[in-house]
Design a protein around this ligand. Sequence first.
Ligand code: FES
Length: 137
Amino acid sequence: MNRKEFISKLGVGAAFVLTTPCIIGCTKDSANTPDELEVDFIVDLNEFDSLRSPGSFIITNNIVVANNIDGQYIAATQKCSHEGLNQVKYDKFADNWECTAHGARFAQDGDGLNANGSGGLTTYNVTQDGDMLRVFS
Ligand code: FES
């Protein structure tokens, strides 16, 4: 093997070694967003006492769980459809979801309310059994 052949083979091998972990890593990361996973978890109100107050919210498991101004529990992904940032919160003054990154707004059912929110928002079901809230897709 001459020098040219050696460098040529090294280049192909190095490119494979460098790109393979990135491809595997990127695929794994994107699969872990709440939008792509089956969501089903319990929120114990004894651990999140503030959530008993209308207009409040918590963020757990990358999901925003809110008690809206009417006292109903609602939930949505924290990941905004605009640029994918995890900055969605519940806005008690507007009684809907907002992304603090660029102002996207979403109705409680996830419908977009402005241009940045036009992609909509994934929302989840919430049922209550005593002090336990079940959040699920
Ligand atoms: S990422 Fe949410 S408004 Fe841009």
